[in-house]
Design a protein around this ligand. Structure first.
Ligand code: NAD
Length: 286
């Protein structure tokens, strides 16, 4: 009988630990999130992280097939809505879809973004390409904030996130167009946070350094032909960033989880930099 009671004790210990682990992993229990650009990359990783933490996630992306496949992979708490963020009506529909499907929208993550291949000199700036990037990175995020606010203000609660970039905080890292859009995102987040705090809505952004997603590898081919994930990781390492860790999409997803959760309930208007110390290092190397 002593071996039976030992087995029962062990079982109850394991159950207690299991339940504690579940609670630790459920920072977004009952929340509904809409993430743009979540078919792949940082958005996909964040959708998975949010779902693990108890949220229902609507994936909004221009890539229909990839987005549907991602939603299928992430299971019953993920759904997909086709959305080109440069079209205000698409954003409006995606927000309405989240509310009509799940009854509410708690978290809006404006993550979709592109860069463009333009010559590095401002003299040669292609203003048509500029308009296209602005229409997605800036106008798309503005539309996301506008329509999320439309449904969040009446509830006097909500959390809005955007993906900015360290290129929006300093010069010389990307062609001007992309930098301009990302600094606009940081400015927009601070401006809107100042208005929405009186409605109980928090607005924050995340500024990553280079993360070896398809985006980063595609965009850097012009400057470094044939660059692959391993070579990019080597370049990032050589930039002098934090040793012992590589920046991965999950690092941004963890930052997004923190900002979206009640752990950050008193944080708004903040730009959370996820860069292994890169911006600090650069400011010392003048
Ligand atoms: P990614 O290309 O892997 O993912 C971006 C997603 O956005 C894709 O699924 C794409 O289909 C979608 N998208 C593009 N245009 C869209 C549109 N008009 N409407 C809706 N969806 C659209 O890139 P990622 O690396 O995951 O980048 C995500 C965000 O992070 C972007 O805003 C990017 O600027 C930013 N960022 C990336 C890095 C990096 O190094 N990867 C660094 C800093 C910031």
């Amino acid at each position: 009988s002593s071996s039976i009671s030992r087995a029962l004790l062990a079982r109850s210990f394991i159950m207690r630990e299991f339940c504690a682990a579940q609670r630790r992993e459920s920072k977004l229990e009952g929340k509904v999130a809409l993430i743009t650009g979540a078919a792949r990359g940082i958005g996909k990783e964040t959708a998975a992280k949010f779902i693990t933490n108890g949220a229902k996630v609507v994936i909004a992306d221009i890539r229909r097939d990839v987005g549907q496949e991602t939603a299928r992979q992430l299971g019953a708490n993920a759904s997909f809505v086709a959305c080109d963020v440069s079209q205000e009506s698409d954003i409006s529909n995606a927000v309405d879809y989240a509310v009509s499907t799940h009854g509410q929208l708690d978290i809006m993550y404006n993550n979709a973004g592109i860069a463009c291949r333009t010559p590095p000199s401002v003299v040669d700036l292609d203003l048509a390409a500029f308009d296209k990037v602005v229409s997605i990175n800036v106008r798309g995020a503005v539309a996301g904030i506008k329509h999320a606010s439309r449904v969040m203000i009446p509830r006097q609660a909500g959390c809005i996130l955007c993906t900015a970039s360290v290129t929006g905080m300093m010069g010389g890292l990307a062609q001007h167009t992309y930098s301009i859009t990302k600094s606009s995102v940081i400015g927009m987040v601070k401006s809107v946070a100042a208005e929405l705090c009186r409605h109980g809505i928090r607005v924050n952004c995340i500024s990553p350094f280079a993360i070896p997603t398809a985006f980063a590898l595609e965009e850097m081919q012009d400057y470094f032909p044939g660059l692959d994930a391993g070579a990019l990781a080597g370049m990032i390492h050589n930039a002098g960033v934090l040793r012992g860790a590589n920046c991965e999409p999950s690092d941004v997803a963890n930052a997004a989880l923190y900002l979206a959760s009640d752990d950050a309930k008193y944080i708004s208007g903040h730009n959370l930099v996820v860069d292994g110390g890169f911006t600090s290092i650069k400011s010392l190397n003048f």
